[in-house]
Design a protein around this ligand. Sequence first.
Ligand code: DP6
Length: 337
Amino acid sequence: MKSSFRAPSNIALVKYWGKYGVQLPSNPSVSFTLDVCATETTLELTEAAGVSVALDGVDTPSFVPKVAQFVERIADRHPWILRFGLRVNTHNTFPHSSGIASSASGMSALALCVVDLAAKLGHEVADPRQEASVLARLGSGSACRSVYGGLVVWGETPSVDGSSQDFGVPYADAVHEVFRTYRDTVALVDVGQKAVSSTAGHQLMEAHPFREQRFAQAHAHLAALKPILAAGDLDAFMELVELEALTLHGLMMSSHPSYILMRPNTLHIIEAIRTYRRESGVPVSFTLDAGANVHILYPAAFEQTARSFVENQVKPWCKDGRTIADRVGQGPVSLQQ
Ligand code: DP6
């Protein structure tokens, strides 16, 4: 018996940074689910015990511990899974060497397969998407937001009805048309392994001198985004999203021990974006994840102009001139024939 899903990656606008307990977020976050950057996974239940993982058809034992830990964490909710061996076959649509985290799309795809198989085996699941989000979260926090398309909130916060610590929820308040087709061109600056993992970064928030202010700020930013998203206020959107990105990296730089994930070319690209925006008035902005790459965000209506800006002024700072043109997407799809 098997199940196959394609799940996209996501990029946070308000960042999840800090966690406690079993993968519970210290602050609320909201992200755009992407479209092009995705993972396609087939999960097969086998008679023989044990876990095997193949990446692009090639046996990849280094992925086994992550999947085994996932199974351990979800076994309370899905004890049936322990009766089977698991064969995972996975493929990323973005280049493996792009430095783009595949944990959000990968864990989301895997969780969707598990919930689908639970249903096929006759186990009752009240809300399959929500259950997949819970399981994805247990695999990797940000993955819980990838089970829905568009804007997705994770972490309980007063300004978002229905928001939860346990799973992501589709953002249900008013959203201006402009944000439904937003573009994200990823500028690939550093394609290697990150010097400090996100997991280690989250841990450093535990004793961070600014932790309480930061967690309060994230709640305030979620609340502030509400009227911005409803009105399509691009200036306020860009201001808030860039502040979040720089705050994330500011927290890394002020952790103990301190560390820097931006590279010199990250700053060159940020400078180019801000100068271009100031001089041309084109609403191009940036965000960052926990790495050196820059996500360049802009409305679909500015696609042509923004693309030539990227071509002329961003690509020279990218590793081998590489970028990935992505956009807000509709969420996961089943790949079952
Ligand atoms: C900076 O979800 O990768 O991208 O829960 O330890 O797997 P784990 O961490 P992860 O952290 C992502 C952090 C971030 C911000 C975000 O996506 O909200």
